[in-house]
Ligand binder design. Sequence first.
Ligand code: FAD
Length: 546
Amino acid sequence: MPATHEVANQVPPLAGHDVADDPALLAGLERAGASWAADELHELGRLAGTEQAQEWGRLVNENEPVLRTHDRYGHRIDEVEFHPYWHELMKVATAHGLHGTPWRDAREGAHAARAAKFYVWGQVEAGHSCPISMTYAAIPALRATPELAARYEPLLAATEYDFGLREPTSKRGLLAGMSMTEKQGGSDVRANTTTATPSASSSSSSDGSYTLVGHKWFTSAPMCDVFLTLAQAPGGLSCFLLPRVLPDGSRNPIRLQRLKDKLGNRSNASSEIEYDNAVGWLVGEEGRGVRTIIEMVNNTRLDCTLGSASGMRLGAVRAVHHATHRRAFGKALVDQPLMANVLADLVLESEAATTVAMRLAAAGDRRDDAQEQAFRRLGLAVSKYWVCKRAPVHAAEALECFGGNGYVEESGMPRLYREAPLSSIWEGSGNVAALDALRAMGRQPESVAAFFAEVEQAAGGDARLDDAVDRVRKELTDLEGIEFRARRLVEAMALVLQGSLLVRHGHPAVADAFCASRFGGDWGIAFGTLPAGVDTGAILERATVR
Ligand SMILES: Cc1cc2nc3c(=O)[nH]c(=O)nc-3n(C[C@H](O)[C@H](O)[C@H](O)COP(=O)(O)OP(=O)(O)OC[C@H]3O[C@@H](n4cnc5c(N)ncnc54)[C@H](O)[C@@H]3O)c2cc1C
């Protein structure tokens, strides 16, 4: 029987490559003094590139977690069942110390090394990055109460994944989650209504515990071992640590009510919970809950930025791969001038995001350096806003490079697309992130000085960037209606920070095209509107898998 047709012009799968073969990432790692981590990063990158790991990612998203509120006899169990490959992903992430490990690693650049690994491994599957990120971020907040940190930190940093509900200190490794958002408000956490009452026993036996009653509308990764949460104590809004299993081995009454039916991030469970006289321990001081938990929030904000950069790199590499192998109108798509423009613009955006995310991660290693911390305060706020904001539009354009194939699940692009808006919502939605940058500038003027000291290290390197920096400085002197203008201002700040880093450290073709388009006034609104004369060949080379 003659075949109906020959399968032709389909693109080979993108597998068997090293995901860490990413020049902007590796350069950022080196600048952070963390080249010692390069071998492990490549090992993880090669694993991330395997068909097997990609299959884990697909299957955990197609086989979503299931909530089991009760056992067959009607007892509450509040358990979530995951696909077995979820546990494989978690094992790799914890074995490579993507969670709490760098807090106990004295090597130079330990946080930057962890950031690079988080970015690389996140390209396999983004959902499981959530508990990994929260565990990383919980440690500096927990340190506000040294006894709690002494008990839990070594286990939150341990490179073992020990799933299952047991008393935390009896486990080989722990994960931490975060419960702030309530029904009536997530951005405005001061509106939280959950109450925390000093336990009757606290005055007599002084175990220092509190009893919590209330609810949380979003609690992701509810199978974590401990959670940081906010509740109204007698002294005001305070931060508490709640273990899922209490020291006497009994279940803490944290009821899982429902799992959210989410747009993306489907491998990860996000739950609605109720505290039915749950037991917690104060972290930091009563009434200073926001100040305490903000230590955690700031680190998850870094991971939102890293995660968005990671997704953009994945989208850019896949789009370039597709266009390299797919032909239309007699040429590979990548050789069609307009497609080269689109792809190069996507690569620019991705490299700018990676470069700034790694710079901020490196600042996290220099905690004793006041200038670095002042820079990080504002640099992170503006970058969380802008990098996360770019991810959904970037994913949409990368998907379109595949044509109809990109709209089909098998390509993996719909998953990337659905995931992309999350980081911009979580840990301070766009407006809140932009307003946070204003707050940083208002309350910590030293952050403004540190931000411009960083940006101006590129002074004289590109006249278009220099002019843009002058414009931003001028904008900042005008406080009239500044809240209404916050997005414009923060966007401009994020761009000059990215531009400065690219001019100093980026590939010349990338830096030139970035400055020409983002500052030179010679750019459209959609991707693929770079001006004539940019070196698309050199830019695309950086995202081409050989
Ligand atoms: C998948 C997923 C997982 C999550 N996991 C967790 C979790 O584990 N733990 C947790 O605590 N939370 C979690 N969240 C909740 C998330 O952090 C909140 O949704 C987010 O902080 C926004 O809060 P909200 O939903 O109450 O929106 P709102 O606070 O009602 O905000 C709605 C909109 O108003 C804007 N806005 C708010 N204030 C202002 C203002 N002053 N000026 C201008 N605009 C403003 C916001 O930017 C936003 O766009 C998760 C959310 C998602 C989607």
